[in-house]
Design a protein around this ligand. Structure first.
Ligand code: PMV
Length: 319
């Protein structure tokens, strides 16, 4: 019996992954760029060669579909593996479009690789994390991470790649929690439905890769305003594709739009703040560290729960 524990942080995409060129392998139809954020984190302990397969989430048995996803990833790591016990603790809302699957699968692959003694290299770990949840390939690294779609059918060229350290920009991500409950449509269902039925999806795919290049250039130039503009237009385009699906879908709630209005009012008042939303109604607002208190207090008038997250480092194994 061998045990290992890993900690990973969630990431929020500045430019979104929204579409799959291969659904089974979680290969994206476009590139994306994210920022790894703390103090939110997932801590996962894997015990290899346990008595039975067990998957616990915050002390209780995981839902059967979630347990299956976890065990399937372990099968990919080590076909014919022994029984494994997985215990995960999230100190962030689970499955609410707040990137819990990203930190979850990043922590899982790191802990499982150590417990199993498989010794995967960093890119193999990133590829394996991607198989669990696409965005997890961006949570093994800290700071700013780019994930390109790649061209290879086997997907070995499609994984997270750090492009700038956490301190590249002195920023915060202020999270306005509109609803911490589970989203009603998961990200995979939402993006596959969009891809299959939205007439806007092909255009999205083309523009999304240009956004990733523009965002990375703004990041290297340390131009927060340029980065913020790309981030906000990118999220609006993503959500527009889903609205135009057949039947239409949306993740945004009435309060989401109130938060967006508050962000625009902040900008009109001269505070640099830009919004992004994922497969859920919550809004994440990028701003300079010096503006984070102002942004948090303004958003706190719209929603009851606001959290200020900071750029974080890579996933790590605990000694
Ligand atoms: O990793 P998944 O399958 O949960 O998909 C994430 C999709 C978005 O959060 C909407 C965008 C992204 O790039 O994180």
């Amino acid at each position: 019996m061998r045990t290992a524990t890993a900690v990973a942080h969630p990431n929020i995409a500045v430019c979104k992954y929204w579409g799959k060129r291969d659904a089974a392998l979680n290969l994206p139809s476009n590139g994306s760029l994210s920022l790894t954020l703390g103090p939110w984190r997932t801590t996962t302990t894997v015990t290899w060669d346990a008595r039975d397969d067990v998957v616990l989430l915050d002390g209780a048995p995981a839902r059967p579909d979630e347990a299956r996803r976890v065990l399937r990833l372990l099968d990919l790591l080590a076909p014919g593996r022994p029984p494994v016990r997985v215990e995960t603790h999230n100190d962030l809302p689970t499955a609410a479009g707040l990137a819990s699957s990203a930190s979850g699968f990043a922590a899982l692959v790191l802990a499982a690789d150590a417990a199993a003694g498989t010794g995967l290299d960093p890119n193999a770990l990133r590829v394996l994390a991607r198989r669990g949840s696409g965005s997890a390939t961006r949570s093994l690294d800290g700071g700013w991470v780019r994930w390109d779609r790649g061209d290879r059918p086997d997907g070995h060229d499609s994984h997270g790649r750090p492009v700038a350290t956490p301190d590249r920009l002195d920023v915060r991500m202020v999270v306005a929690v509109v609803d911490a409950g589970r989203k009603h449509t998961g990200s995979t269902d939402g993006m596959l439905h969009t891809q299959a039925t939205s007439p806007f999806h092909p255009t999205w795919t083309t523009l999304a890769d240009a956004d990733v290049d523009a965002a990375e250039a703004a990041l290297h130039a340390q131009d927060l305003a340029a980065l913020g503009r790309v981030m906000e237009r990118n999220t609006m385009r993503m959500h527009a594709t889903y609205l135009a699906a057949d039947p239409p879908g949306w993740y945004l709630a009435p309060k989401t739009l109130l938060v967006l209005a508050a962000v625009r009012a902040l900008r009109d008042a001269g505070v640099g703040a830009w919004a992004t939303m994922d497969a859920g109604p919550n809004v994440k607002v990028l701003c300079a560290t010096t503006d984070a208190t102002t942004v948090a207090s303004v958003l706190g008038e719209v929603v009851p729960t606001v959290r200020v997250l900071a750029p974080a480092g890579p996933a790590t194994l605990l000694p």
